[in-house]
Design a protein around this ligand. Sequence first.
Ligand code: CP
Length: 646
Amino acid sequence: MKKVSWRNLISIADLTNDEIEQIFELADSADQLKSGRAAGGRIMATLFYEPSTRTRLSFESAMQRLGGTVISCSDMKASSTVKGETVADTAKVVSSYADVLVVRHYWDGAVQAMAEHADVPVINAGDGGHEHPTQTLCDLYTLKKEKGGLKGLTVVMCGDLKNGRTIHSLVFALARFEANIVTLAANGMELPQYVLERLEREYGYSLAPVASGDLSAVVTETDALYLTPKQPHQLALFTEVDSAIQNRLSSMVSGLRYDAFYMTRKQKERMKDGTTGGSYPTIGAGFLREERFKNTVVMHPLPRVDELSPEVDKDRRGIYFKQAAYGVPIRMALLKFLFDQRASGIVAAKKSRSRYESPERLGPQCANPNCVTLTEPSSARKRFDLLFTGVGGALILRCVYCDHRFKVQLVGHVKSKRYCAYDAALADTIKAWLKKNELAIFNSIKEAEELAYEPYKSGPQRTVMDEIEIQSAVQEMSRQIVRDCNDLDRLLILGIRTKGSLLAQRIGAELERQQKRKPEVGEIEIYGSGEELRRIPPGDPEASPINLKDRTIILVDDVIYTGRTVKSALTIIFRSGRPQSVRLAVLVDRGHREVPVKPNYVGKSIPSSERERVRVKLREAEYDEKDKVVIYSLISPVEGLEGKPR
Ligand code: CP
């Protein structure tokens, strides 16, 4: 990783409260900045992969007012991006033409990835649904100007809180300045869990519902939540409360004084089908007539669609055009601040954190499908912060690029090639392994086994299926597949790599023996970072991809237990095409399920508990072994480890 001697602004967390105040002071003296030509001789490059009016033009205006110049790609669709140039390469190249890059991108974390490859400061002008820190600077500045300060204000965040990047940056900033936050989300567009968790963990915020009817002027059905740093409610975050608690809490937070409504539009561009049901909060004449909102200002990052009536424009409380106009002095101030920091060689204070990057070929990947680590893995290494502070002692991975968080289930030790379920009692051991780069983290047991890891400690193995039973199970499943399949020409046998894929090949060979024609066989790679679907045997690299349209797919795996692996495979299948049907064939059904999937063809049902493992051994994958299925018990990982790495 390159050594950076300048400041970037990717997240609002990159600025301290003092620095934000410093930027506000600079914005107050924008006229002096203009005459001082603080950016004289400097060039700013704007790279906007998504449309913008305010952010782009106010940045360009700010740079020119500071005496600098601007270069730009008027339309990124007319840039080499369409030829397949990565964000990493674009950042590297353009940073040799300019002194600062201002970037907007549709992928979460793309601007962070670009900053890692650029040789000049990079400013995030909005990355996917993640953050929009310079909008937050405008918002805070506007609020401060209107209300005289930020501490203790109560701000209602309305609308699409799930996809609105301006919302995510702003709630963290408001929390840092000790404001109260009321969330009034449209149906299904609540603040994401990772944002709520961070508000609770880093800022000690707790949540309570707002009194029913309190916000009826903006939405018919009130589902508002009140987030406060003062912690008057002893209940921490909750998702469901019984009616007695609800009543008590409701009375505690009724009659709030609302200082500002921050309205947002529905971010249709971030929704798969562009629509969600239910009512969307709106601000209009009803709001203006309410006595209790007489001192409540209305803000909006703009553009608006129909959630904010033009009637509010004429009212003194509608301050959103002022908020947009502050974009120029604020961005002048920010540019001046970053240029000064670079000139004096000031770098951001290093935060103490436990960074994790898998030492293995496979490893955890971000759960956010719009994260740059998934959309363009060549531009961003899969890196995470390890947080040992999850609820109930859980170990949490935080994606460095998009901030999404998820719980670690399985950990392994690289040298001993052993794995076990994570338990809070292992925290110190895990920290020691992390320090020595010997910590492996897995998404599933299947992934651990792909890398030849064994359970930390296990009891004796008992054979539950032998070679002959496995062979007859494959034959019987193949017979059933033929019976159910109307058109063998459409049949595609897809195995989940590795054991499912070996079984798929055996089923394919059996079908060929029975029917005298060879069905197409392929495999699905669930945990790899390359091709997800490929033919077996792999043939001409120039051959067209496997066509799934209107096919009858038989998905094959060795064992089904929770159903999560099959679910991942189905996601890949439906992302890759529209088959006519998908049926599931498994050699072993262990009988427990987290995900409701039912196999159509089962070699043998072997009901087994969480403390047991069923392992399919196939001669193609095991050295010097015959086919067999074994079952054994796991010994408690803590007992197995005895608190020490082996
Ligand atoms: N508020 C905002 O980001 O506006 P633009 O999308 O027009 O830049």
